[in-house]
Design a protein around this ligand. Structure first.
Ligand code: NAD
Ligand code: MG
Length: 330
């Protein structure tokens, strides 16, 4: 697999191009500030009255309303919430795109699942940092960078790969290394990861373990520490040294118990259901459900949030985290 670094990217490609960053949230503020400090001509596009307007200005950036920013810019970067992108694209971005412009995303969902269909004479690429925006900003300010993925979706004049790599350089990505992917691969693996493993899988594993201990008569406080609180320690060890690094650091009892019990908890049935989740993502069924859910005003998401708020692990966790002075309260 090819990795791209500083020497593979040329920031001077932006000498006569203005970049508009639409949105000033997690990713938006990081991309805009990093590009600005990399010498790229950058403006920010926001809604009139947006709370971020003065924030972007006090960060030294020029702000315009979304449609105006899209009109001025040669490179339009869509860093709005994924569920809002289609509407803003149709009403404020599309009417202001000119042949030869580039449209940029940090996640492939809307393009891959046909919610945004850019005209053929517009270049389309993605640069997706593999980290949250505050990390993209902090690491850049420290002189390093967060690894990025890039993908080319449409390339009418053959310049999109060079422009994507230059963009990745501008936000600091080539300091760490940049990997090529496709909109399809990034979108499907991102959805699968958050559903099966990161958000869905891990939370159910924690909550079920907690529940088993509490139902067996153990104190919920103790169950919380064992099943949720200590997860961070284990994940930090894996983040730094992989699974082997984690097993090296825990006791031999934990290593033997973990290696023998793990496959009994996550078994062939789990694998089969994970494969079914992936099939639903690949077929577009999940995307359709989520798009319709948003159109309906998010009835299921709200019901699920209420159900999650009432989980016993959340009540006990709220109390216990109050004992931990080092945990930020926001
Ligand atoms: P965010 O919610 O943090 O920020 C979105 C910004 O858009 C905010 O400034 C908000 O005020 C603005 N906004 C909302 N509605 C708007 C509208 N109708 N018109 C104009 N502006 C509007 O979003 P984010 O997490 O930065 O995500 C942006 C993109 O980056 C998404 O495509 C996401 O998938 C992708 N991404 C996010 C992360 C991450 O860690 N957060 C990582 C990789 C990729
Ligand atoms: Mg992700």
């Amino acid at each position: 697999m090819k990795l791209y670094y500083e020497n593979d990217a040329d920031l001077s490609l932006f000498n006569n191009k203005t970049v508009a960053i639409l949105g000033y949230g997690s990713q938006g503020h990081a991309h805009a500030r990093n590009l600005h400090e990399s010498g790229v001509p950058v403006i920010v596009g926001l809604r009139k009255g947006s709370k971020s307007w003065t924030k972007a200005e006090s960060d030294g950036l020029t702000v315009h309303e979304t449609a105006e920013a899209a009109k001025i810019a040669d490179v339009v970067v869509v860093l709005l919430p994924d569920e809002k992108q289609k509407e803003v694209y149709e009403s404020e971005i599309a009417p202001n795109l000119k042949p030869g412009n580039a449209l940029v995303f940090a996640h492939g969902f809307n393009v891959h699942f046909n919610q945004i269909v850019p005209p053929e004479n517009i270049g389309v690429f993605m640069v997706a940092p593999k980290g949250p925006g505050h990390l993209v900003r902090r690491v850049y300010a420290e002189g390093a960078g967060v690894p990025c993925l890039f993908a080319i979706y449409q390339d009418p004049d053959g310049s999109m790969q060079d422009l994507a790599l230059a963009y990745a350089k501008g936000i600091g990505g080539t300091r760490a290394g940049v990997i090529e992917t496709t909109f399809e691969e990034e979108t499907e693996t991102d959805l699968f990861g958050e559903q099966a493993v990161l958000c869905g899988g891990v939370t159910e594993l924690i909550n079920t373990g907690f529940d088993v201990l509490v139902k067996a008569g153990y104190k919920p406080e103790i169950a919380y520490f064992e099943c949720l609180h200590e997860m961070k320690l284990i994940v930090d060890l894996m983040y730094e040294g992989g699974i082997a690094g984690m097993y090296y650091s825990v006791s031999d009892t934990a290593e033997y118990g973990g290696m023998t019990a793990g496959p009994k908890v996550i078994d062939a049935g789990t694998r089969q259901r994970m494969e079914q989740l992936l099939a639903n993502i690949q077929s577009g069924r999940f995307a359709r459900d989520w798009i319709l859910e948003n159109k309906a005003g998010r009835p299921s998401l709200e019901a699920l949030r209420r159900k999650h708020d009432r989980l016993p692990i959340e009540k006990i966790g709220g109390e216990l985290r109050g004992m931990m002075s080092w945990i930020k309260k926001d």
